[in-house]
Design a protein around this ligand. Sequence first.
Ligand code: AMP
Length: 257
Amino acid sequence: MRVCRTITEARTALEPHRDGTIGLVPTMGALHAGHLSLIDAARSECSTVVMSLFVNPAQFRNPGDLNGYPRDEPRDLAVAADAGVDLVFAPDASEMYPPGFQTWVEVTDLGAMLEGEHRPDHFRGVATVCLKLFNIVDPDVVYFGQKDAQQVAVLRQLIADLALELELRALPTVRDPDGLALSSRNVRLSAPGRELALALPRSLATRDPERARALLDGVGIDVDYVEIAPFDPPVLAAAVRVGSTRLIDNVSLEEDS
Ligand code: AMP
């Protein structure tokens, strides 16, 4: 597995692979089985699998959240190599946002609702970094998790609006046996915090915003929102705070899983 730190290095390393299909799995590291499901899908569909490993400062507003984001690059590289990734693009922030950087992409409506209301500029950071990654890697297929349903909706809109020649595949949310969606942030939960956090998937399983809200209020969890989101398919989406850890999750309103 090749690890590239610069844009030039990544482009040069990918040049001989352009005859086949290239799959890109963007991540912020702290890899878990959710990320692995995306890598596995890319591995089975593409001849070359690229994973990006970049904690994108532009999508964090809260410096504490950015600085406290779990990072373990040696472990992530070992996990990625084991999963069959061919190339990891792991740039520094200064490679992606050099001095004088001033170009931003904004998906105006989809980026402003739900998460966007609580995290202003979050999707501007996501859309900008993803478009830059797409330009660098030039993949045929990009892989994202339905766990971040709004991110999928925002990026699908970006791909359509800017006529990008790539396909986005959204894969189902991977959960622990108790129902909690896997997230790099789960490591920050205490044992009682994790118990409390289980109210999130339980509430969404009602597939009813009022019942979900009542259930979350009933256990005393802080709710940022629990709402039906007009994505394709529509989902019941929620964001809650357990201590200083913010968790998001959603369920499709079109399947009976
Ligand atoms: P992150 O490293 O948190 O930015 O996530 C990288 C990718 O993994 C995103 O497309 C996420 O939606 C996806 N992902 C994160 N958690 C899960 C999960 N539990 N199941 C499936 N995909 C996930």
